[in-house]
Design a protein around this ligand. Structure first.
Ligand SMILES: Nc1ncnc2c1ncn2[C@@H]1O[C@H](COP(=O)(O)OP(=O)(O)O)[C@@H](O)[C@H]1O
Ligand code: SF4
Ligand SMILES: [Mg+2]
Length: 325
């Protein structure tokens, strides 16, 4: 359904060129959930913006690649058609619902607007469907709360409102960019469960962007790990957890707090991700990699086929797999 190939995005600013996305391939089948995982600044949001057609241009420019969605090449589609696609066929959920929602419209009116504008339903019908949707995302006393403004909702409830907005027109694909990052842990789990449940119910494709490997295990079918604007590992979720084929993924897994290792130090990955204006040569991960050897400093690793249905951009993926299993 979604097929992204060789996507490249750069930001041209006074401080230089930030190469935010450097040849990203992503595929999402209908009804599938793909998690895109990576530390802050790895290019996840920019990838999502380029796919949705909401990239800030300038300073952001798509400099290469293809985004195919249900057979159409989105990057060459006229803006008018892209706009119609957004909401109706692909929708986005953002981290910060408060800035994504309109502060001067009640939540019920914002939801109703979707049906009025895109479906041409009557005002009365649109309102009824808005309340129905709020009920669907389990906002208590939906009919009453439809008359409230976004700031009157708690963070978790507001995130449910945004999920309702995204679902309204029953799109084939939803991209959720850190949808639970701003919430506390209990609410995070509830919102994530709701999202997973609705995804099944509506049989949508879901791209779930997160920096938190802990939240995706139960929800995702596949994981794509991003580092410095590239996918460094991609695999079915269980394979990746069982045996990562990239040292960066290994590092991420080792930094998840685990009950059975209570009291021991977390093995966080040393150092920081690179600035995208100054990506290290060779393998971008080499300054932080415990396995790095001479060739890692000069040779950019391609995404090697590391078994059936998985890939790793590490010259030594075989050793990673071997040591993991
Ligand atoms: N509006 C912008 N102007 C300039 N550079 C930007 C802008 N948005 C993103 N970038 C660059 O792209 C990089 C990746 O950003 P982003 O995709 O938001 O990372 P994340 O993985 O945390 O979502 C940033 O570190 C920055 O260098
Ligand atoms: S290619 Fe080299 S530096 Fe990069 S992840 Fe593999 S071992 Fe580490
Ligand atoms: Mg982001």
């Amino acid at each position: 359904m979604l097929d992204v190939r060789g996507l490249r995005v750069e930001f041209r600013t006074r401080d230089g060129v930030a190469r935010a996305v450097n040849g990203v391939d992503l595929r999402v089948a209908a009804g599938e959930t793909l998690a895109v995982l990576g530390e802050s600044g790895s290019g996840k949001s920019v990838t999502a913006q380029a796919v949705m057609g909401i990239l800030d241009t300038p300073p952001g420019h798509i400099t290469g690649g293809e985004v195919r969605f249900r057979g159409r090449d989105l990057l060459t589609l006229p803006e008018e058609q892209r706009r119609r696609l957004r909401g109706a066929e692909m929708a986005m959920i953002f981290q910060d619902a408060l800035s994504a929602l309109n502060p001067v419209l009640t939540v019920g009116d914002q939801l109703a607007e979707m049906f009025l504008v895109h479906r041409g339903t009557s005002r009365r019908e649109a309102r009824a469907r808005a309340v129905e949707l709020m009920d669907r995302v389990r906002i208590p006393a939906a009919a009453q709360r439809a008359r409230d403004y976004p700031h009157q909702f708690s963070g978790g409830m507001r995130q449910r409102v945004m999920i309702a907005m995204a679902l309204a027109l029953e799109p084939a694909l939803i991209i959720a960019d850190e949808p639970t990052t701003a919430l506390d842990v209990t609410v995070q789990a509830q919102v994530m469960d709701l999202l997973a449940e609705l995804r099944r119910e509506y049989a949508m494709g879901l791209v779930l962007i997160t920096h938190d490997l802990g939240v995706v295990a139960d929800v995702a079918d596949r994981i794509a790990v991003m580092y410095a604007g590239r996918i460094v590992e991609e695999a079915p979720v269980h394979d990746l957890y069982k045996a990562p084929a990239h040292p960066y993924t290994r590092g991420l897994l080792d930094s998840i707090p685990r009950l059975d290792r209570k009291g021991t130090e977390l093995d966080a990955i040393r150092g920081l991700p690179p600035s995208l204006t100054d990506i290290p040569p060779g393998c971008a991960f080499h300054p932080r990699c415990p396995r790095a050897r001479d060739e890692c400093l000069t040779d950019v690793p391609p995404l090697y086929a590391a078994g059936e249905d998985r890939g790793s951009a590490c010259h030594f993926w075989r050793e990673c797999l071997h040591d993991a299993g």
